[in-house]
Ligand binder design. Structure first.
Ligand code: C5P
Length: 300
């Protein structure tokens, strides 16, 4: 997850994720949605962070962006609205530590994509600062703090590469995954707002369950997962951003059998037979003008 920089700093990487399966089961009275989702971290698409301990208790953040020009400049807050600083503040409050931190964040994971970038930065920051500040908050408490920050944050504060998320996504069960998938990823020019996509979705209480999906994941070759990938948020996302549907058509025409949108979008992924195929398709998508294209294996 991370390693020692100097005696007072840590260096680490926050991975992106994709949702191989996401079923929205119902709307909850608290405004969230009850769901079941299978999430897997990516090995090659990561944000880079350093955490430098400060003795004056202050929390500061510098963000640099490493997206291709096609995505344009995406405003990312560097003040208390950034989830990384919220995570640091939350841990300070919980522990009463006198330490602060200066955090450097290099963003490669595009925002508003359903790839979990902001949640991952926050999740790993909780774990890193708990070590750097020697605050010794137990993992179960850290996961609770993570859940207060966002539904996906506990997944990134946990070590496992692949997990089932239930509740609003924060109740986690590890899924042992032996195989690595070769993925092609793409994001249209415009991202999607998570609350807007959830508001537009129709819960699907019936259908192929997460448990059934997980047993297929263990037993099937990846070609047969094509009919098993599922995301309840894709249909509303396609209504809100027509580019998502265009990516679906493009992935089909490029001969990728298993593909879908990740999370609440707008990024889209396909499972390829090899990294060689993924790189080949990536070149094609770049030539066709897709603003952000990436290849990665899943982590194990
Ligand atoms: O938990 P998080 O802050 O990531 O959620 C952002 C928004 O996404 C929520 O305010 C809610 O509108 C929506 N959401 C939801 N059900 C979930 C997760 C998120 O409705 N399980």
């Amino acid at each position: 997850m991370f390693h020692q920089g100097s005696s007072q700093s840590l260096i680490g990487q926050a991975p992106a994720k994709v949702n191989l399966y996401l079923r929205v089961l119902s709307r909850r009275p608290d405004g969230f949605h009850e769901l079941e989702t299978v999430m897997v971290k990516l090995a090659d698409l990561v944000d880079s962070l350093t955490w430098q301990r400060r003795d004056d208790g202050h929390l500061t953040l510098r963000v640099r962006q490493a997206y291709p020009r096609g995505l344009g400049r995406i405003p990312i807050p560097t003040d208390a609205n950034n989830l990384v600083l919220k995570a640091a503040q939350r841990l300070q409050k919980e522990t009463g530590t006198r330490f602060g931190a200066h955090i450097e964040l290099l963003k490669r994971i595009p925002p508003a994509a359903g790839l979990g970038g902001g949640s991952s930065d926050a999740g790993i920051t909780l774990v890193a600062l708990n070590r750097l500040w020697e605050t010794k908050v137990p993992q179960e408490v850290l996961l609770q703090l993570a859940a207060d920050l966002g539904s996906d944050v506990p997944f990134f504060a946990a070590k496992n590469a692949c997990m089932l998320g239930s509740g609003r996504g924060e109740i986690l069960t590890p899924i042992p995954l032996q195989q690595r998938f070769a993925l092609i990823l793409a994001r249209p020019a415009f991202g999607l707002s998570t609350p807007a996509v959830y508001r537009a979705c129709h819960p699907e209480p019936e259908g192929f369950t997460a448990q059934e999906f997980i047993s297929q994941l263990h037993t099937s070759p990846c070609s047969s997962l094509a009919h098993r990938l599922h995301n309840s948020l894709q249909e509303p996302a396609e209504r809100l951003n027509a580019d998502v549907g265009r990516l679906r058509e493009l992935f089909s025409s490029e001969g990728i059998t298993a593909h879908q949108m990740t999370g609440s979008g707008s990024a889209y992924f396909g499972i390829c037979s090899s990294m060689q195929q993924a790189r080949h398709v990536a070149e094609r998508l770049k030539q066709l003008g897709i603003p952000w294209v990436y290849t990665s294996t899943t982590a194990v």
